[in-house]
Structure formats: structure tokens, C-alpha cells
Design a protein around this ligand. Structure first.
Ligand code: TRP
Length: 452
């Protein structure tokens, strides 16, 4: 049952730009380096790349297929493709995940706005790592400014979502993502030419598997899902906007490649500088906000560079946050018959309220902890490692066992032929390999090692 096309992206490049815009964000530049740092480097990177290929691309394909087949949002798609069954619960979980992700993501996105301001004021100038660390902590533990920046960021997000898919989402990503990539490469060169930088490359690329636990493997899986924006229906929603003549496999491979490239480049940008500066790779969420300003200081024209870099980082974050909010808005619009405006308002405001709690958990709410984790930590941890991991699992189970091979391949083949051997391999991975791999990691981490 293939449905006629609703409004969507105007070009093939548009969807790649939008899906890549969703994928590339703080997950690559902020989260990837610090999670890799906390999990020992090289071995983590290898496991991460393994998951991108074996789980990431199959789940991304499944989401595109589910979305385009059903022409519907994260929840509606399951209702259409499997009416009268409880599979729509996956969509429900995705919508809850959108709230969880955006709440802490907008905290960090807000920080990027403050760092644009600091760069304009040339505030990093003359500050060493200790001082930069201190300023970061002073700023994040405050209340007024971090919350204000977060609210501003949410307003920006809502503004783009309000403008609608084609006019809003597609336009910005197309031009700005390539510029960001270019700047990252320049910062990589600077980082690599700092004295003592080789240690950082070794940290990132030399695998020491003895440092990895089930928890570490789960973190790699969670990070892979988070970075690709899979597991909660963002790409189902975008999938419903993809034109029928767009090849889904090519799109998924391109998006995953760009995303992984930018994550690895972020590692090359951060770790050599970090080791050269004698900073701790396991420094946590503040990592890039201290390391990047340090690198910029050692560059000619550092201030201009810092300004541009943080602006582009904020834009990359914005093209990600819109994809998360769009999940909620598309659901409310299509399932609850709300106008786009009303849905954006309700979604945006309620997420912001939750988000403020995350932001304040670096300051006034610091001591409000559950199992030794602050609200921010909990949201950050469960989004990737619980919601997206199980979301990814259920999505491949749905595609492999409920939707079935014939429907899946029929949709996949629209927009481009696929080699039959390759098609069989993809179906085999979706049906068996991906669910077993995700299941094993989840069971290992939660039931053998316990929640830590
Ligand atoms: N992938 C984005 C990043 O790396 C974050 C993101 C956007 C996301 N949309 C998502 C994560 C949907 C999970 C699900 O910054």
C-alpha cells in the first residue's frame, strides 16, 4: 500500500541537507569528543563506527521507509502500516524521547549562544585552561543567563519549525553545513600542529579494548544512534517529506558518512589540542567549551574564527533541534488535528519548561540528584542509552518482522534500483543482526553490569 506524496523537500539535495543537518550537531562536536574521552578513546571509536554501519544505516533506512511509505508522522506511521496493533507505542516512545532530548540539548545549545557573545567580546583572550574552565563553570552554574539563552534558542527553533518544512528546514542547512565542515578542517590543522599533539591522535585512534565495558559499548551504541538522529522517529517524520524519486539507500549512506566524518574530525580537532594543553580527556560536558577557545587563541585571527565557529556550531545545533521539535509538531498536527502554529507553541513551551530544569541542574538544582545523577545527566543518559537504543531495536523489529521484506524493498526501490544481493544483505541485517546486536548490548549493560 503506497500512499500519494504530501508536501515535502523540493530536491534530492534538500533531503540530504536536512537529514544531514539533523544528524550533524552538538552530538558530533560536543557530545562525541567528551563521551569518547570518558570511554578511553580508540577502542570506543572502533565500536562506534561498527554500530554506525551495522545498526545506524539499517535503522535510518527503516525510518525513511516507514515514513515515506506511510506519508505520516512518528506515531501515525505505525498506525497506518500496522492498524489495530500496539506498534504505535514505538511512536509514543519517540515523542517522549523528543521531549527528553530537546530538554538537555537546548541547555547546551544555549551555551553556544553565550560563547558567541564571549567570542565577540574577545573574552577568551589571555585565559589559560584553568581560567577557561572556571569561566565555563561560573557561567553554567548561574541561573539567569543560561536560562535566557536556552529560551532564545527554543524560540529560534520554534521559528524555523513554524515556517514549515520546505521553507524553513531545507533552506538553512544547504549553505551552512559545508562552511562548518570547512572550518572544522582548519581547526584540525591548528590542533595537529600544536606541540605534543601526537598523543591526542594516539588516544583517539589506538584501540585498547581492555578499557571497554558493556557500559562503554552501550554508550557507543547510544552515541551512534544519537548522532545519526535515529531511534525516535525524526527520520520517519523527515522520511514522510522525501520525494518518491529520491533513492533512500544512497541518502542514508551519504548522511551517515558525513555525520561520521564530522564526528571523527571533531575528535581530531579536540584530542590533539587537549593533550597538548595537558587537559583531562574525561573532563565531561565542558570539554569542548574549554578546549576550543584555547585552540582559537593560538590561531592568527583567532577571535574572528571563534566568532564564526560558535555561530556555525549554534546553527548546526539549530538544524538538529528543529528535527526533534518537528517530531512533536508533525504528530500534534496530523494526529491531534492542531494547526502548525498551535502545535509549535504547545510543544515548544512544554519542552522549554523541562529544559529549564536541565539548565538549572548545573546551578541551583545541582544537588537534586537521582542515583548520583543530576536532571541534566539523567536526560542525557536515558535519551541515548535507553530511548534511542530501544527505539532503534523496535524499529528494526518492526521493519524486519512486521512490515516485511516485500513492502520494505518495494519502498526502498522507489527512486533507484538496488542490487538484489545487497538488498538481501540489508534485509538480513535488519531482521537478524541489528536486533541481536542491540539486544545483546542492552541486556549486557542493564542486566549484567547494572545501571551506573
Ligand atoms: N543528531 C543530532 C546531533 O548529533 C541530535 C539530534 C537531532 C537527534 N535529532 C535527533 C538525536 C533525533 C536523536 C534523535 O546533534
Amino acid at each position: 500500500m503506497a500512499l500519494p506524496q504530501k508536501d515535502g523537500f523540493s530536491s534530492k539535495f534538500g533531503i540530504i541537507a536536512a537529514a544531514a543537518g539533523s544528524a550533524v550537531g552538538l552530538g558530533n562536536i560536543w557530545r562525541f569528543p567528551y563521551i569518547t574521552g570518558e570511554n578511553g578513546g580508540g577502542a570506543f571509536l572502533l565500536i562506534y563506527i561498527f554500530f554506525i554501519i551495522v545498526i545506524g544505516i539499517p535503522v535510518m533506512l527503516s525510518e525513511f521507509v516507514i515514513g515515506r511509505r506511510s506519508q505520516s508522522n512518528a506515531m501515525g506511521s505505525f498506525k497506518k502500516l500496522a492498524p489495530g496493533t500496539p506498534w504505535w507505542l514505538i511512536g509514543m516512545m519517540g515523542i517522549i524521547a523528543a521531549f527528553v532530548i530537546l530538554s538537555f540539548y537546548s541547555t547546551v545549545a544555549g551555551w553556544t549562544l553565550e560563547y558567541i557573545r564571549l567570542a565577540f567580546q574577545n573574552s577568551f583572550d589571555g585565559q589559560d585552561v584553568t581560567m577557561l574552565n572556571q569561566s565555563f563553570e561560573e557561567f553554567t552554574s548561574g541561573s539567569f543567563w543560561p536560562v535566557l539563552w536556552q529560551v532564545i534558542f527554543m524560540i529560534l527553533t520554534a521559528g524555523v519549525v513554524l515556517a514549515g518544512v520546505q521553507k524553513g528546514i531545507e533552506k538553512y542547512t544547504k549553505i551552512l553545513m559545508p562552511i562548518l565542515l570547512f572550518m572544522i578542517i582548519i581547526v584540525c590543522f591548528r590542533s595537529l600542529t600544536l606541540p605534543g599533539s601526537m598523543k591526542g591522535l594516539r588516544f583517539l585512534f589506538e584501540p585498547h579494548f581492555d578499557k571497554i565495558s558493556f557500559q562503554g559499548v552501550l554508550m557507543a551504541l547510544g552515541q551512534a544512534a544519537f548522532s545519526l538522529s535515529i531511534g525516535m522517529g525524526a527520520l520517519i517524520t523527515y522520511g514522510s517529506y522525501i520525494r518518491k524519486d529520491t533513492p533512500l539507500l544512497g541518502t542514508a549512506v551519504q548522511v551517515a558518512s558525513v555525520d561520521t566524518l564530522i564526528a571523527i574530525l571533531s575528535g581530531i580537532m579536540i584530542f590533539p589540542a587537549l593533550m597538548a594543553l595537558g587537559q583531562d580527556p574525561a573532563a565531561g560536558p565542558g570539554l569542548v567549551f574549554v578546549t576550543l577557545p584555547s585552540i582559537f587563541q593560538s590561531m592568527p585571527g583567532g577571535q574572528v574564527f571563534a566568532i564564526m565557529f560558535f555561530i556555525l556550531l549554534a546553527v548546526a545545533a539549530l538544524t538538529s533541534t528543529i528535527s526533534v521539535l518537528e517530531v512533536v509538531v508533525a504528530y500534534m498536527k496530523e494526529e491531534l488535528n492542531m494547526s502548525r502554529k498551535k502545535a509549535t507553541m504547545i510543544g515548544g513551551v512544554s519542552i522549554t519548561i523541562l529544559g529549564v530544569a536541565c539548565t538549572l541542574s548545573f546551578g541551583p538544582l545541582k544537588d537534586f540528584q537521582i542515583c548520583g545523577k543530576t536532571i541534566f545527566d539523567i536526560m542525557n543518559y536515558i535519551s541515548a542509552n535507553v530511548f534511542l537504543t530501544f527505539g532503534a531495536l523496535f524499529i528494526v523489529l518492526f521493519t524486519g518482522w512486521k512490515l516485511g521484506k516485500a513492502e520494505f524493498l518495494d519502498e526502498l526501490r522507489q527512486g533507484g534500483k538496488i542490487n538484489p544481493v545487497l538488498a538481501n544483505i540489508i534485509v538480513f541485517i535488519i531482521k537478524y543482526i541489528a536486533p541481536i546486536a542491540v539486544g545483546a548490548v542492552a541486556i549486557g549493560a542493564f542486566f549484567i553490569e547494572g545501571l551506573t
